[in-house]
Write a protein that binds this ligand. Structure first.
Ligand SMILES: Nc1ncnc2c1ncn2[C@@H]1O[C@H](COP(=O)(O)OP(=O)(O)OP(=O)(O)O)[C@@H](O)[C@H]1O
Ligand SMILES: [Mg+2]
Length: 280
């Protein structure tokens, strides 16, 4: 499916008060590891000493609460603003906490647009160095609403090395470019698998193709994350590997990616002027 058509005039984007860097984690295709990357990126940034928030904006399949092992219900202030949940040293909010359980979200079109805008504007984040947003997969309405409502500093595009995922990563890069959001770079996830028996690398979905695509599009490669059952188990059990610290072997490529992301953000913020409009 091609990216949704872009509106002629781009709406004004508002920064979120107190948030220095807003990073969207996106992918053209589902299941490539967006949430895994978003959650581990957020936790690595916490461990590296930053103030971090994580917003699960995947209205259709909010998985962040599972990966962080929490079902805490967010509280509201007297002014009816949502207070994010504190978990593993970061602030987190998810549509999944506002609608816990298995009931799927059935919002569509304009309703979805207003739910997301409301959600984005109602969370009391406080001071944050980085707010990571886990987007739903694809290049449709939700993604566009999100990136056109708030001033996203940059986008991290996640892919696997397989050809089908790569076809979609191009659409994601093009979508961000069309709406003038800086693509910080591409993360090639599930890149290689190291056989635990013989230690030989096995390229289950291929290897290096995400990197080639990034180069072809002139965007940086932010990392190659191997397939590692410990990464999957960390997510499934609510204890992502990055939360265990940089010296954890399974987390090393994730920390390298986190450092690449912060370096890119520094580069982006020194080459572009900060937004001046404040949110109402
Ligand atoms: N590098 C990895 N090594 C091992 N397992 C991984 C890795 N990355 C992701 N996974 C696993 O793959 C599955 C899909 O990952 P994840 O939910 O992060 O993808 P997603 O892109 O967010 O999916 P969706 O499009 O449904 O939101 C999960 O079970 C996750 O634990
Ligand atoms: Mg996800």
């Amino acid at each position: 499916m091609p990216p949704a058509p872009m509106p002629q005039q781009q709406p004004e984007r508002h920064p979120i008060p107190g948030v220095k860097n807003l990073v969207a984690v996106a992918s053209g295709k589902g299941g490539v590891g967006k949430t895994t990357v978003a959650v581990n990126l957020a936790l690595a940034l916490v461990k590296l000493g930053h103030k971090v928030g994580l917003m699960d904006a995947d209205v259709y399949g909010p998985n962040v609460p599972i990966m962080l092992g929490t079902l805490q219900e967010p509280q509201a202030t007297a002014e009816k603003r949502i207070i994010p949940v504190q978990v593993a040293g970061l602030k987190m909010i998810s549509m999944g906490l506002l609608n816990p359980g298995d009931k799927p979200m059935v919002w569509r079109g304009p309703m979805l647009h207003s739910v997301i805008t409301q959600f984005l504007r109602s969370v009391e984040w406080g001071e944050l160095d980085y707010l990571i947003i886990d987007l739903p997969p694809g290049t449709g309405d939700v993604q566009l609403t999100l990136i056109q409502t708030v001033a996203v500093t940059g986008a991290v595009v996640v892919t696997t090395p397989s050809t089908v995922a790569l076809a979609d990563v191009r659409k994601a890069i093009e979508m961000f470019r069309q709406v003038n959001v800086e693509v910080l770079g591409v993360v090639e996830n599930m890149s290689t698998f190291k056989c635990p028996h013989c230690d030989k690398p096995i390229d289950i979905f291929g290897h290096g193709e995400g990197t080639k695509t990034a180069i072809a599009y002139g965007v940086p490669v932010l990392g190659e994350i191997e397939i590692d059952p410990r990464i999957r188990i960390g997510g499934d059990t609510g204890k992502p590997v990055a939360g265990l610290g940089e010296s954890t072997p399974a987390a090393q490529s994730l920390y390298a990616m986190a450092r690449a992301v912060t370096a890119r953000l520094t580069e982006v913020s020194t080459t572009s002027s900060p937004p001046t409009v404040s949110i109402d």
